[in-house]
Design a protein around this ligand. Structure first.
Ligand SMILES: Nc1ncnc2c1ncn2[C@@H]1O[C@H](COP(=O)(O)OP(=O)(O)OP(=O)(O)O)[C@@H](O)[C@H]1O
Length: 860
């Protein structure tokens, strides 16, 4: 056994090995230690290996799913080794000592789950593969629980943002790829070939060319190849549901990098929970599929005005008719998760219940479609969705005839094919039904014959049917001519068999086995029918999800008095009385009111510098405007009185410093890396929020950096930007930057107490109230008063020297251009100096020459 185990263990590589032994999956050696610690189960030992006891732990097969769920959550991957023959088959093959053959039948990994119990209903589960072909990154992503697959390409420097949008549970990359994300899974580079990808996709979808699905580039196909190869590996050759791939173009969605997503807390709060996130505050979907679609919408808002307008039109239509909305949501709420049921069925892990869910979900979709179609003035998007809700009539009718109303999750016991569907099956069931009744009659007969009122006919898996009497009444049955044969003696009871009982029992077993086989055949037929319609079923599931999202958005809008935004061309950002959906909800919970604020950015006033006291609401204001843009472009209503938004191509948020010590970066380093990304990438059409740039370093360095960053944003990026800062000195930028204006959050000191008004006003902040906030926070009065005297000294000094920013007035404002040219020369010089000419191949030398020429020729 050890040899078999060790061979499988090697095959399982870095996965934990679940080794099937009877009714248990056993784990040995380090696997056992690791699993026992994570699962908090007993660690024992079994036998010896190289003279040392072998650590072991195990989980029962029938409850393995919940253990798997915990292991996967803890970041493990698991290889499942099943018995691939019965002990009887093993005996026949190799004699009485033959070991039952085992093989790894599947790898369970975070990105390749389909089981209901292992998946979160309201979250997509994405598996991604990424690679690079001739300097372009390709990404393939799929959610195998619903079969969605999309392909994308981007320059390598945009890879992080693209992967951040996907939020994949697992990312597969070619071995040794330098751009691989930290916890990616490495696979052999051969698996990432564009030819291979094309062939695999053609094979899966049974087509001679992929042209019908779209145009796919080499990097996309190479990534698809890696993705499918991995799926093939974890499923041991059994591929899950994969729908035809869709091409995602980076341009079609609002770009946001990882830092922006994290700081805006879109799908998760900074604590890593759904609570406190944007989606938590707005999700009113009544189905899991709707919630998953909403998460996707928020992760990838659109940049296509028509598509946004279509989504908004549907939300508005549903917002205006509360009765219709309520009716629709009630209908949606009762539907099963069609997409995921289909995913399990196609992956070969479907149960009778999943087939029942397809039947009920598709029937429900048809009913919803029919009801909506009766309405006048249907929004364009709904017109497009309605046809997808129907079209499954034959399948639904067939499934309705074939299946019982509530089919079980287990196939093994049968009983899921409805009566009247198959006459032969009905007959078999009748036979076993008759036999069961006959057994009940036998019990009465035996009681009468023996005179033992406590006699019972029972059943268990070892003996089958048997007669049981209390020991004190057993004598009569033990008599030689009693007609009963003794089978087992228990404490206080004896068990017997009888010929008539044996005959009836055999009838049940035989008819039962035939009935099970008949049900199995029907099951396979129904599965095949569902698989044949997989694309249409998936389209219905997607249409239901979209309708649920729109109805949920409408519900949220009606609840909060939200408004339909106007997404326009141009560079304005006009938000009247905007609110922060998460902060507003949190305040409402404490019975407090949120103060709404306006934001009016345009070509001539595109950079707002916002000052004011700590806790005054600067960060909240910055974020709320970014979130309103995001919500609007995702096609939803927004928390504001009115909003007119010039379409944003990229959204950047640098709010609050967070340490990323895991990557070896300090707070300040993180801040600068993120700021650098913004300065490099923000365009005129972008919207940037910057919160206290420069606060992570010394006052002078910080002020200098904040000053230069604000200037660059104003002059070079020319994007719309909200810039919160504590440096009063930056106010002087207003003198030279014509499209920059000054604003502050208001506060008052009243009877010695600080009152934060959370209200935005024009003009610079008068003072910072830092000490007042410290007092409010409970810093001891002695320390605050000491700080006060230190502050007085500092301010006196500052007044005498002309202030912290003395001299900055003389700074030639866009000497910046000159500096940049100098810097460019420095980099060229550095490159030439570091070059080892002797070690260069002629071809590389030529490449470098081209590079240098290009760099020398570009204007900074
Ligand atoms: N518009 C508002 N209406 C009501 N309360 C608000 C508003 N904005 C912010 N607040 C409250 O004030 C708290 C602090 O807000 P925020 O973090 O935005 O302040 P800040 O000015 O950025 O502070 P700091 O400078 O210390 O980072 C919030 O948690 C919220 O409770």
């Amino acid at each position: 056994m050890m040899a078999q185990y060790l061979a499988l263990r090697e095959e399982a590589a870095d996965c934990l090995l679940f080794y099937r032994m009877g009714d248990f999956f056993e784990l040995f050696f380090d696997d056992a230690k690791k699993a026992a610690a994570i699962l908090d189960i007993a660690l024992t030992t079994r036998g010896e290996h190289n003279g040392a006891p072998i650590p072991m732990c195990g989980v029962p097969v029938h409850s393995a799913e919940s253990y798997l769920a915990r292991l996967i959550k803890a970041g493990c991957r698991v290889a499942i080794a099943e018995q691939t023959e019965t002990p009887a088959e093993a005996k026949k093959r190799g004699g009485s000592k033959a070991l039952v053959a085992r093989d790894i039948v599947r790898f369970v990994t975070a990105g390749t789950l389909t089981e209901e119990a292992l998946l979160e209903p309201r979250r997509a589960n994405v598996l991604a593969a990424a690679c690079e072909v001739r300097g372009i990154a390709g990404i393939a992503a799929c959610d195998i629980s619903t079969g969605r697959m999309e392909l994308e390409e981007c320059p390598p420097d945009r890879l992080g943002a693209a992967l951040a949008r996907l939020g994949a549970s697992e990312i597969v990359v070619p071995d040794g790829w330098e751009l691989a994300p930290d916890d990616a899974i490495s696979r052999s580079g051969h698996e990432f070939s564009s030819e291979g990808g094309e062939e695999r996709l053609k094979g899966i979808h049974g087509v001679a060319t992929l042209d019908g699905f779209g145009t796919f580039s080499r990097p996309m196909l190479a990534a698809a190849s890696g993705l499918i190869a991995y799926l093939d590996h974890v499923g041991r050759g059994a591929l899950p549901l994969l729908l035809p791939p869709e091409v995602r173009s980076g341009e079609a969605t609002l770009a946001m990098d990882e830092a922006t997503r994290a700081s805006l807390e879109i799908l998760e709060s900074t604590q890593g929970t759904r609570k406190g996130s944007l989606i938590d505050a707005i999700d009113r979907c009544v189905t899991g599929a709707g919630a998953r679609q909403l998460a996707e919408d928020l992760a990838a808002p659109l940049t296509d005005r028509t598509a946004i307008a279509q989504r908004l039109e549907l939300v508005e239509w549903l917002c205006e008719d509360a009765l219709l909305r309520e009716d629709l949501r009630a209908a949606l709420r009762s539907l099963p998760d069609v997409g995921r049921a289909l995913g399990r069925v196609v992956a070969g892990r479907g149960s009778p219940r999943d087939l029942g869910q397809l039947r009920d979900g598709l029937a429900g979709a048809r009913a919803i479609g029919e009801r909506l179609a009766q309405r006048d003035n249907l929004p364009v998007l709904l017109e497009a969705l309605l046809p997808r809700l129907g079209g499954h009539g034959a399948l639904v009718d067939h499934f309705a005839r074939a299946l019982v109303p509530a089919p079980p999750t287990e196939r093994g016991q049968g009983g899921y094919i409805a009566e009247g569907y198959d006459a032969a099956l009905d007959e078999l069931r009748q036979t076993s039904g008759n036999a069961r009744r006959a057994i009940a009659a036998l019990e009465a007969k035996y009681r009468e014959e023996t005179g033992v009122a406590a006699l019972k006919i029972k059943h268990n898996n070892v003996l089958g049917y048997f007669i049981e009497v209390p020991s004190r009444h057993a004598d009569k049955l033990m008599e030689a001519d009693s007609g009963f044969s003794h089978r087992q003696t228990m404490a206080g009871a004896m068990r017997f068999n009888a010929l008539a009982l044996h005959e009836e029992a055999s009838r049940i077993t035989e008819a039962g086995a035939h009935a099970l086989a008949a049900e199995d055949t029907h099951f396979e037929e129904l599965v095949a029918q569902a698989i044949a319609a997989k694309r249409e079923i998936a389209a219905t599931a997607a249409a239901l999800a979209r309708i649920d999202v729109s109805a949920g958005q409408a519900e949220r809008a009606a609840e909060g008095g939200w408004t339909r935004p106007d997404v326009v061309e141009g560079l304005s950002l006009d938000i009247e009385a905007g609110r922060h959906p998460v902060v507003e909800a949190a305040l409402a919970g404490q019975g407090e009111r949120f103060v709404a604020n306006d934001c009016r950015l345009g070509t001539h006033d595109r950079l707002w510098l916002i000052g004011g006291p700590n806790m005054g609401g600067k960060s909240t204001f910055l974020r709320q405007n970014a979130l309103i843009v995001l919500l609007a472009q995702a096609g939803g209503f927004v928390p504001a009185k009115s909003a007119r938004i010039g379409m944003v191509d990229r959204l950047f948020s640098r709010v609050g410093a967070s340490d990323n010590l895991a990557r070896g970066r300090s707070t300040f380093m993180v801040e600068m890396v993120e700021t650098a990304a913004i300065l490099a990438q923000a365009s005129e059409r972008s919207f940037v929020i910057l919160d206290e740039v420069g606060r992570g370093t010394s006052t002078y360095d910080g002020l200098a950096l904040a000053w230069a960053v604000a200037e660059a944003v104003h002059e070079t990026n020319r994007c719309r930007c909200l810039f919160a800062t504590h440096y009063h000195e930056l106010a002087r930028l207003a003198e030279t930057c014509e499209a920059l204006s000054l604003h502050h959050v208001r506060a008052r000191e009243w009877k010695g107490e600080l009152v934060l008004l959370h209200e935005l006003a024009d003009g610079p902040a008068d003072r910072s109230y830092g000490l007042a906030v410290a007092r409010l926070a409970g810093v001891p009065p002695k320390v605050v008063s000491r700080a006060k005297s230190v502050l007085e000294k500092l301010e006196k000094g500052r007044a005498e020297t002309g202030g912290l920013a003395a001299g900055l007035g003389d700074l030639p404002l866009f000497a910046a251009a000159h500096d940049a040219r100098e810097e460019q020369c420095d980099t060229l010089r550095e490159k030439l100096r570091d070059m080892d000419v002797d070690a260069l191949a002629p071809r590389d030398a030529l490449e470098i020459l081209y590079d240098l020429k290009r760099e020398a020729g570009t204007e900074p």
